[in-house]
Design a binder for this molecule. Sequence first.
Ligand SMILES: Cc1ncc(COP(=O)(O)O)c(C=O)c1O
Length: 401
Amino acid sequence: VAGPGWYYLGSKERVQVMSVLKERQLSRYRFDNLDSMSKTMELENRLAAELGAGYVLAVNSGTSALLCGLRALGIGRGDEVIVPGYTFIASIAAIIYSGASAVLAEIDDSLTLDVSDVRRKMSKRTKAIMPVHMIGSGADMTSIGEIANHQRCAVIEDTAQACGGRHRGRALGTIGDVGAFSMNVGKTITTGDGGFLATNDRGLYERAFAFHDHGFRPNRGGVSEDGPVMGLNLRMNELGAAIGVAQVDRMDKLLRRCRRNKSLVREVFSGLAGGEERPLHDLEGDCATAFVIIFGSSSRAARVAAALGGSPLAASAKHNYALMPQLQMLQDRVTDNGSTVAHGRPGDLPRTDNVLQRAVALSVGMVDRYLGTLGDITVIDDPGTVRRKAKRMRGIIDKVR
Ligand SMILES: Cc1ncc(COP(=O)(O)O)c(C=O)c1O
């Protein structure tokens, strides 16, 4: 698994890491001077400016960012959160660890939350909708926002796979109440492991902060009285943050590269028989980490994927609800804290099953067998190489009958 940022790890990151070692400040705080600036704080400021978010909180993973977001929203026992069946297990795990129950919903052809199914699955207990911006592209945030407003529930965007993406000009992860991002090695920018939460609401930020740092207020300015009183330690460490600061500097370039690669692949694949590029809710805002083709039939998709040495996206046990072992082992059981999962059995989401069986993803910026992206195009390839590799794949696909 390697995301765009991983390919560009280099001297900028080295300089930042060396400065942390030189200063010997390895935590977000200097406990002798709580107001001193740290790499973690610098990273938060840089990300907030880059994304246009009011507040950013760096944490130790995308999963922690989701959990902090849910706890900040006050979601817990007895509540339901709607999440798509095409995601990573972490989205569902965070809901369960918040104490709420997960209600799985369908995806549409964009591979993100199907808003008509969200409407069907809303109940009196629904406290949040969690769209997941899969493989670099955003969900229909306009419609999701309308449903949430109407039903007075929160929106927490799982933006792990789409840092830098946009919807109608706004950064993904800053449109809902809370956005959770991952910076693991497969993501747009990386800190190794790491993540962050974005919000425009000071209260949500403070509650998320308290949950990530033992119930303290920002900069340990006393203890939060607005809950969650009992926090954990989910803090980012300074070495990761130092790498993150250098990676934020590269973000624009990384996105430009991915988008250039994708438009070259799009040109080579124009007029492909039997398949269409995945429709997106915002073409310009795409992070362009993968080029996904939705074929008319699952058998053709399977033959094409096999010719390229892989499988359609349905085969990903990491992202297809029907194959996630952690989820399937949970069926018929209630977790220790009383959480359940609804609509999570194989076959419960027929539209999702159908789309994933017809979807074949080619890497253009993120190389991820884990997710199921095929081919060998990387973010560091020059345009000639991208064209050559794309033409070779097109030649293979055209021969598939
Ligand atoms: C959609 C999605 N959500 C959440 C996560 C969790 O992020 P992390 O690995 O940083 O905990 C991932 C990571 O792969 C992801 O792809």
